[in-house]
Design a protein around this ligand. Structure first.
Ligand code: NAP
Length: 296
């Protein structure tokens, strides 16, 4: 295996450490008030519970205030929209995160659109999506932002590089492509209808896999020396019945060809929460009329 293993866990810890320092500086300048992140969880999906409790734990670890609202699965759309409205006007709340997916019967798009764009730390509000697409300052979705952070650390300037993003979701693929375009990459977005995907991926200096199919991207698809970022998180069965997490890239094979690659777990995953902390800090700065914290 020739590739550098990109240690997302270590980079994420460094980002959270810098956020924690900036939170202290923010509090010193604001009579001890720290940025606040409100998490909203509807229903009892076990995976969502784990994600939200992780986000809350990290929020407190960086010194910010975690505000949590847990609602039961029978909550109506009107009740949820009313809660979002309350959080929008709550001065102690700088970021609002409504954990997705929402139970059937609640219109996810309507809920996202109800969040104040200035507090939309997931970066999913159409206002932030449009601002990212037009190159204006915005709150950027956490997972692709984390991928970009890792790429910049590994490669420095990305200008002129060929990037292939496999996957076109609103949460990962599309914003990832916008971010890479903003870095002056030549970007291809591939998806389930793409013809000859191996040949498309083989052109890439940067491969981002965000598909949700275990080990779909094979080593033979990777151009020698390419940098591979694996967003996928897939649980596959193992003989001991415990199951194992794997990415969308066949890691061992791809690491033979790539110059650098993210592992799963320990690659992109930890960066997502680190960037959520960063977004909450940035939202607090902007809401207070301050410049964005430097270098994050
Ligand atoms: P998604 O909404 O299901 O989108 C998957 C994308 O992959 C779609 O655009 C789909 O194409 C494309 N696709 C599916 N099968 C394909 C194939 N055979 N060939 C080429 N493209 C194909 O998924 P997502 O939310 O973007 O998530 C992708 C993966 O990232 C999942 O494993 C998810 O668990 C993981 N994830 C990880 C993090 C993290 O923090 N690390 C965060 C978010 C997501 P069509 O549009 O044509 O259907």
């Amino acid at each position: 295996m020739a590739a550098t293993i990109i240690d997302g866990k270590a980079v994420a810890a460094e980002v959270r450490g810098r956020v924690a320092e900036d939170v202290k500086a923010y509090a010193d300048a604001h009579d001890g008030r720290v940025p606040g992140l409100a998490t909203v969880l509807v229903g009892d999906d076990p995976a969502s519970h784990v994600y939200v409790s992780n986000k809350r734990k990290h929020t407190e670890e960086v010194g910010m205030r975690s505000i949590h609202r847990g609602l039961d699965a029978s909550t109506s759309q009107e009740e949820l929209l009313a809660l979002v409205g309350e959080l929008n006007v709550d001065e102690g709340v700088d970021g609002i995160l409504v954990q997705l997916p929402l139970p059937d019967g609640i219109d996810q798009d309507a809920v996202i659109a109800a969040i104040d764009p200035a507090k939309d730390v997931d970066g999913f509000h159409p206002m932030n999506v449009g601002r990212l697409a037009t190159g204006l300052p915005s709150l950027v979705p956490c997972t692709p932002h984390g991928c970009l952070y890792l790429l910049r650390q590994e490669l420095g300037s990305l200008s002129g590089l060929d990037a292939v993003v496999v996957g076109r979701s609103n949460i990962v693929g599309k914003p990832m492509a916008q971010l890479l375009l903003g870095e002056n990459c030549t970007v291809t977005i591939a998806h389930s209808r793409t013809r000859d995907l191996p040949a498309v991926v083989r052109r890439a200096d940067i491969v981002i896999a965000a598909v949700g199919r275990a080990e779909m991207v094979r080593g033979a698809w990777i151009k020698p020396g390419a940098c591979v970022i694996d967003v996928g998180i897939n649980r596959v069965p193992t003989e001991d019945g415990k199951g194992q997490l794997v990415g969308d890239v066949a890691y061992e094979e791809a690491a033979d060809a790539a110059s650098a690659i993210t592992p799963v777990p320990g690659g992109v995953g930890p960066m997502t929460i680190a960037m959520l902390m960063r977004n909450t800090l940035v939202a607090a700065h902007r809401r207070a009329g301050l410049a964005d914290p430097e270098g994050l």
